[in-house]
Ligand binder design. Structure first.
Ligand code: SAH
Length: 348
């Protein structure tokens, strides 16, 4: 049986036999300063007669904080326990708002060479309420001047390999009166699992981020072995079809820069050519290193030169300088020693 954070407004309406009560319940949830550990005996505006049976059937998913690491810039990494599985959530403050980076799986189904999460292997799928609960917990600790307005599915896991639950979580996160995030403020990031990506683009209004990370199939297959199954051209074709259907939709293209592997001028030119005509914004991410991959981070100058070359050709592009690297909260550093995987993230 699903817990409250995984239920949609329509489902709550059915369960409570009234839209008004469902709205009151969501308002109650939104008003909680800290995430309660259980559903209360009374919720204002929800009659006892329907609340009692609801409370017997459904609980409240409340993650246990195993560890909380705060970096100098305020980026906070939570190691959370969800019914015995550990996942990580990151809260990243910026001017006027915070972004919450949530996990969609414990471990990951994919094997990207550069990503520390692969060390865990795949542990289990997270349920929608476990994804929403990560947001609720991190939101409750966001500073008053930087409320949690954005969610990115860029923590542990491949969202397209758990798509039903991810789509449900997106629906819940964007529904009123709470949490009422904008669709454009919810971004689901994929390593390029094509069937899931195509379905997501058809069924969801949330933003998509594609982790491209290379401009040739040879290099992409080296760093992301699944590229053998879904090569670059097929991924680009899917983006193009979606853009034709819905020209207003923005797509983000994530590009992790590896020294001498995908950071040459020729790569910058190929990247621009691949994305020509697509409403795509590129995020360049200098590689956050961890041991044993044989991959290195380009110099600051090389990152800037790559960026400039892309921008000079008219392509929207930003550099995502790492946040929270010293607490191993940056992209690709989410792995837990406590899970018994015997891997301790490098302190970089
Ligand atoms: N599985 C999804 C979401 C998790 S990874 C995906 O692949 O998109 C989130 C982002 O972090 C991806 O863009 C990925 O390419 C990037 N990333 C992974 N490991 C990294 C590392 N070591 N350094 C920098 N970025 C990394």
């Amino acid at each position: 049986m699903r817990n409250l954070p995984g239920l949609t407004l329509d489902e709550l309406t059915r369960e409570l036999s009234s839209r008004q009560r469902a709205l009151e319940l969501l308002k109650w949830l939104g008003a909680q300063r800290s995430l309660p550990t259980a559903l209360p005996e009374v919720v204002p505006g929800v009659s006892h007669r329907v609340w009692g049976p609801f409370r017997e059937k459904h609980g409240l998913t409340t993650p246990t904080v195993v560890e909380r690491s705060v970096s100098e810039d305020g980026t906070t990494k939570y190691a959370l326990d969800l019914s015995g599985s550990q996942v990580e959530t990151v809260r990243i403050p910026a001017k006027g708002r915070s972004t919450i980076c949530i996990s969609s799986q414990a471990g990951c189904t994919r094997k990207c060479v550069f990503c520390a999460t692969k060390e865990l292997g795949f542990i289990r799928q997270l349920k929608a309420e476990e994804m929403v609960a990560q947001y609720l917990l991190a939101r409750s600790e966001a500073p008053a001047d930087a409320p949690a307005r954005n969610v990115v599915f860029m923590g542990m896991g491949e969202p397209m390999d758990n798509l039903d639950e991810v789509l449900r979580a997106v629906e819940v996160l964007t529904q009123g009166p709470f949490p009422q995030l904008k669709y454009q403020s919810v971004t689901v990031s994929t390593s390029g699992v094509l069937p899931g990506m195509v379905r997501f683009l058809k069924e969801s209004k949330a933003s998509l981020a594609l982790s491209l990370n290379a401009t040739t199939d040879e290099v992409r297959t080296r760093v992301m072995p699944q590229n053998k199954t879904w090569p670059i051209a097929a991924l680009m074709e899917a983006l193009r079809e979606a853009a034709e259907r819905d020209p207003d939709r923005d797509t983000f293209v994530e590009y992790v820069l590896f020294k001498d592997v995908n950071d040459t001028d020729a790569d910058a030119d190929r990247l621009v050519a691949l994305l020509r005509g697509l409403p795509a914004r590129v995020n360049l991410i200098p590689y956050n290193p961890y041991p044993g991959t044989g991959l290195e981070t380009p110099t600051h100058e090389r990152v800037l030169a790559f960026h400039q070359r892309v921008v000079a050709q008219g392509q929207l592009c930003l550099v995502r300088w790492p946040r929270g690297r010293e607490i191993a909260a940056a992209c690709g550093q989410l792995v837990l020693a406590q899970d018994g995987a015997g891997f301790v993230p490098a302190a970089v």
